[in-house]
Design a protein around this ligand. Structure first.
Ligand code: PNS
Length: 166
């Protein structure tokens, strides 16, 4: 029997790099759940329901992929849904320290939950939600870095009709 995996993150917004990882990861797991952290401290561009809708739209073609939200400890959430794997992406060396710390802490908290890293396509190795938000905010083109629906939602959010020109 293949394990259930949780792919946690902020996903503000989901990028093609995230989706590349989902496409790779979903083949190895019975179910893969993208779990959005409900973090009231941050000021996200998209609300949690908006992020859920954008992800649901992007993953609708993959039957064993789902979307959910969580707060509190990730490992508690993973146990609650029966996930024995935490999936994370490793784009570059710069990700390593942060990811290693989280993986070690999660292992300490829940030794039975294993963190698995996958490497996204090199096409997306430089893509992050933070950079996508910044480029979109400054009027740059993010097509090809995010799903079309996300690019449209970013344009509407950052530059609503009637707003001053950039
Ligand atoms: O995409 P992100 O923002 O790098 O994701 C970070 C996330 C959501 C994976 C991380 O902040 C998290 O797991 N938060 C839940 C709180 C938790 O379990 N902390 C202790 C282990 S690091």
């Amino acid at each position: 029997m293949r394990p259930i995996a949780v792919y946690p993150g902020t996903f503000d917004p989901v990028t093609n790099g995230h989706l590349d990882l989902v496409e790779r990861g979903r083949r190895h797991f019975d179910r893969l759940i993208l779990a959005i952290l409900r973090n009231e401290d941050k000021q996200p561009v998209f609300s949690v329901p908006e992020r859920i809708a954008l992800i649901e739209d992007a993953v609708s073609g993959w039957p064993n992929v789902g979307v959910d939200t969580f707060d509190g400890l990730l490992v508690d959430y993973a146990k609650r849904i029966g996930a024995s794997v935490i999936l994370r992406g490793m784009r570059a060396l710069s990700d390593f320290e942060y990811e290693l710390q989280m993986a070690m802490m999660n292992r300490r908290l829940a030794p039975d939950v294993e963190t698995v890293f996958l490497v996204p396509s090199e096409t997306y190795s430089y893509v992050s939600s933070r950079l996508v938000r910044e480029v979109a905010r400054l009027g740059g083109n993010v097509e090809g870095l995010v799903p079309a629906a996300v690019a449209a939602a970013l344009a509407r959010r950052m530059h609503p009709p009637g707003s001053p020109s950039r």
